[in-house]
Design a protein around this ligand. Structure first.
Ligand code: AMP
Ligand code: TRP
Length: 332
């Protein structure tokens, strides 16, 4: 296998909304740590989002917005390959070939399919079912060795591994078998309203979620209203999940240790702590929001980024596809 391939990282995010501070802390901040060490490929997986009905005009805006959000968070387009999945046709081509090597039984075990078909009962389309095959294609196309994903995507990654191993066994070594990437700072940010649940961009209670583009005022209000307890003690433990979560946000944004934070607030109550935290969050998000506005005002620049990304990605993808077509017995 090529040296270059050994060090590829890939992760996809669907363009279906505004990233949360959970995505920022749990995903993007960690991605930034990888950009000097690995070849980092981040497709915006627009085709995956079509498994749920989208309004065409709004969808275009969502896609552009996601690219701008990535860049606004500080992902360097020179060091990371950022592009739209639909611009690199090899994704769908490989997905078909892989679908001929994936069993119905495997797909029907996928919990995301079960959940989504429960949620969208009127639109249980075939794409929803074959979704993990397209995801496997995203990963295998770039010979990614590591895939940063959250808990909920582990099953899909496991399937991608099984498909890669199966394919390699039948046709000879074609794909790198990917592994999940566990981030250095494995912080999981929880809902501000229900701190036993993960903060999510699709939570119906928006007060539990801080979005990257929330105004200062909204962020402040959400943090002040965050659920805590009646102990009024800044301590990092599992009996104070609300405070624990707020401390995690504090720690990851300031890089102060839990011990330091506990000491700093020994004589202070939740009010003072929340005020300080709100200021820290606002100070961190303001430049992101400003950068985002600037980028959204500069569409030509965004176009140049995604075109360039698709070109770079396309080259890598085509290299893999040549090998795949040949190994599988398709005439050149
Ligand atoms: P999602 O928004 O669920 O599609 O996740 C995209 C990426 O962000 C994945 O790598 C997740 O692990 C990460 N992520 C999402 N929500 C959180 C959270 N609340 N805390 C930490 N990481 C998160
Ligand atoms: N299924 C992933 C999600 O919903 C998104 C995704 C698509 C992805 N292709 C990927 C994640 C490849 C990692 C690697 O979050």
């Amino acid at each position: 296998m090529d040296e270059i391939n050994v060090k590829t990282i890939l992760s996809g995010v669907q363009p279906t909304g505004i990233l949360t501070i959970g995505n920022y802390i749990g995903a993007i901040q960690n991605w930034k740590l990888l950009e000097n060490e690995y070849k980092c490929i981040y497709p915006i997986v627009d085709l995956h989002s079509l498994t749920v009905r989208q309004d065409p005009k709004q969808f275009k805006d969502l896609c552009i917005s996601m690219l701008a959000q990535y860049l606004a968070c500080g992902l360097d387009a020179k060091k990371n390959i950022l592009f739209f999945q639909s611009h690199v046709r090899q994704h769908t081509e490989l997905a078909w070939l892989l679908s001929c090597h994936t069993y119905l039984g495997e797909l029907s075990r996928m919990t995301q399919f079960k959940e989504k078909s429960e949620k969208h009962r009127d639109n249980i389309n075939a794409g929803l079912f074959t979704y993990p095959i397209l995801q496997a294609a995203d990963i295998l196309l770039y010979q990614a060795c590591k895939v940063p994903v959250g808990e909920d995507q582990k099953q899909h990654l496991e399937l991608a591994r099984d498909i890669a191993i199966r394919f390699n066994n039948i046709y000879g070594k074609t794909f790198v078998v990917p592994e999940p990437h566990v981030p250095q700072m494995g912080a999981r940010i929880m809902s501000l309203q229900e701190p036993s649940n993960k903060m999510s961009k699709s939570d119906t209670n928006i007060n539990g979620t801080i979005f990257l583009l929330d105004s200062d005022k909204v962020t402040l209000k959400k943090i002040k209203r965050a659920v805590t307890d009646n102990k009024n003690r800044i301590s990092y433990n599992d009996n104070q999940l609300g405070i624990k979560n707020l401390m995690t946000i504090y720690m990851t944004l300031t890089k102060e240790s839990i011990r330091e934070i506990e000491e700093k607030y020994t004589d202070k109550g939740y009010g003072a702590f929340k005020n300080d935290l709100a200021e820290i969050v606002v100070e961190n998000l303001r430049p992101v929001r400003e950068k985002y506005a600037e980028l959204m005002d500069n569409k030509d620049y965004l176009v140049s980024i995604y075109k360039d990304g698709a070109e770079k990605a396309g080259e890598i993808a085509e290299n893999t596809m040549k090998k795949v077509r040949d190994n599988i017995g398709l005439i050149k």
